[in-house]
Write a protein that binds this ligand. Structure first.
Ligand SMILES: O=P(O)(O)OC[C@H]1O[C@H](O)[C@H](O)[C@@H](O)[C@@H]1O
Length: 549
């Protein structure tokens, strides 16, 4: 048995879950008029109603006891103070330093990193201003109108999704285009839509070794040179964000054009660093700073609020409750706001790359489920497709609904309909529709009793399906920053409970290595015996289809 499942707090939760499984939330609401009022939290501009969860006071107490038994507060403080909690890579985990607006020093190997963080922010601010004002010109003297932001994983999802979410704040001066996939269709489409004299390429790669990003940048460079630019002109059109300054300069990016980041910032936690440069270029530096300020507020809440009133802690524990005691395989995110439609994909990387692990910090196999599958998309679209499975599927899928109370270009009818669908779904999931109600609905249809019963069984909605509902006034940069930091800390707390290293990603690294080996095979530069028979067959098919005619 693992250390976690041997804890008395774990065993207690098992017992509490068995008891709760027989209860229906519908009855809890009927019995306690104050349930919604008691089960809500507010922090950093985010209102959370968590009353539609399958927890009572005993279960909540048991969950907070578990968090304390797992030394959550000690480990949280270790992260914020720069201890090397990424134990497999020997690194500190300090994305929180990037948004530290307090006077607190943050030490890495005895050195305060805050001066470097501030200097980089100042560089982002100055560069953004010079591009927007037209002071930074292309080599033919034209102002920059297009930014082609190249990166993948954490060097793509954060910048793209935050820029999309804050679309109403977009500046007019430039248009930002994101390219991630190595599939040449994407870079081709983007480059063919912009004028090279007015284009700035921002290449973002923490490691400066990611195949997709290097290849897309080479293609962009080639396009620039073929279009008429020269090697010397590259300095005006290519900048890079990387912690590997040496590789970036060797690649041909001038040292002045490199925005630094550091190995204590994980890729999926890097939007707050210079990786966020495309956000600043798309929305203006003040809005980028707003994101950081919102995240800082959430950091302050996370480090100071008592566990029972701590939003990320509560969310994490509810997730543990369903994952470990109700066999929930996945968790769905449902933003009822078109511009926030990318959030599920963002949290997917954040959560699944962090807690998609099967060994403990000590390297032992876990004997309990860890990170769930994260998925979802914007409401109301999903209601007309996959919500069926959430309502009547055979498992439990906890859901996070979120809705801004005000939206840009507000049309009251549209917005009221959006809100009513959001709230209506949470209500339907919670209360369901009983067999008796469905049977009664079929009264007067002329069906015989057996057929009425058969149909009623199909129409019955069990309800008791858990959800959280998040509301905010409007999606400002600060609110978005707080929301993203809230999910970051939720993932951290779950990693602590499950005793995982949430900050490495060896599975993804192996994929990168094997991809390069197979490329050598496709290019005829590797012995076919390096590959298994299936992979050999696939390579041979590809080579045959692409052989010179
Ligand atoms: O920024 P890069 O070094 O190019 O890395 C880009 C991405 O690479 C990998 O896939 C990692 O798993 C991601 O976390 C990372 O964000």
């Amino acid at each position: 048995m693992s250390a976690l499942t041997s804890l008395p707090e774990w065993k207690k939760l098992s017992e509490l879950a068995s008891a709760v499984k027989d209860a229906h939330m519908r009855d809890w609401f009927a019995q306690d008029a104050n349930r919604a009022d008691k089960m809500r939290l507010e922090a950093c501009g985010i209102f959370l109603d968590y009353s539609k969860n399958r927890v009572n006071d005993d279960a909540l107490k048991g969950l907070f006891d578990l968090a304390r038994a797992c030394k959550l507060e000690t480990l949280r403080d270790a992260m914020f103070s720069g201890e090397q909690i990424n134990s497999t890579e020997g690194r500190a985990v300090l994305h929180t330093a990037l948004r530290n607006f307090s006077d607190r020093k943050v030490l890495v190997d005895g050195e305060d990193v805050m001066p470097e963080v501030h200097a980089t922010l100042a560089k982002i601010e100055a560069f953004t201003a010079s591009v927007h004002s037209g002071e930074h010109k292309g080599y033919t003297g034209k102002p920059i109108k297009h930014i082609v932001a190249i990166g993948i994983g954490g060097s793509f999802l954060g910048p793209k999704i935050m820029t999309e979410a804050l679309k109403p704040h977009t500046v007019d001066a430039v248009k930002v285009h994101f390219v991630a996939n190595v599939d040449g269709c994407h870079i081709h489409d983007v480059l063919s839509s912009v004028d090279f004299e007015e284009t700035l390429v921002v290449m973002s790669s923490k490691s400066f070794s990611t195949q997709e990003t290097l290849q897309n940048t080479l293609t962009a460079k080639d396009w620039f040179l073929k279009s008429g630019g020269t090697q010397e002109d590259i300095a005006k059109h290519f900048v890079a964000v990387s912690s590997n300054v040496k590789a970036a300069t060797e690649f041909g990016i001038s040292a002045d054009n490199i925005f630094p980041m550091w190995d204590w910032v994980g890729g999926r936690y890097s939007l707050w660093s210079a990786i966020g440069l495309p956000i600043s270029l798309a929305l203006g530096f003040e809005n980028f700073k707003g994101l950081l300020e919102g995240a800082f507020e959430m950091d302050t809440h996370f480090t100071t609020a008592p566990l029972e009133e701590n939003m990320p802690v509560l969310l994490a524990l509810l997730g543990v409750w369903y994952r470990n005691f109700f066999d929930a395989q996945s968790h769905v995110l449902l933003p009822y706001y078109h511009y926030l439609r990318g959030l599920p994909a963002y949290v997917q990387q954040l959560d699944m790359e962090s807690n998609g692990k099967e060994v403990t910090q000590e390297g032992e196999s876990v004997d309990y489920p860890t990170g769930p599958i994260i998925w979802g998309s914007e409401g109301t679209n999903g209601q007309h497709s996959f919500h069926q499975l959430i309502h009547q599927g055979s498992g439990v899928i906890p859901a996070d609904f979120m809705l801004p109370l005000n939206v840009p270009n507000q049309d009251d009818t549209h917005h009221a309909m959006l809100a009513s669908n959001c709230f209506g779904q949470t209500q339907a999931l919670m209360q369901g529709k009983t067999f008796e109600e469905c049977y009664a609905d079929l009264d007067g249809t002329g069906l015989d009793d057996a057929e009425r019963k058969r149909l009623a069984a199909h129409k019955t909605m069990p309800g008791n399906k858990p959800s959280n509902t998040f509301l905010f006034d409007s999606l400002t940069p600060k609110t978005l920053g707080a929301l993203v930091a809230m999910y970051e800390h939720k993932v951290f707390v779950q990693g602590v409970i499950w005793n995982l290293n949430s900050f490495d990603q060896w599975g993804v690294e192996l994929g990168k290595v094997l991809g390069n080996q197979v490329l050598a095979g496709i290019q005829g530069e590797a012995d076919k015996d390096n590959f298994d028979a299936s992979t050999q067959q696939l390579i041979a098919k590809f080579r045959a289809a692409n052989a010179p005619k």
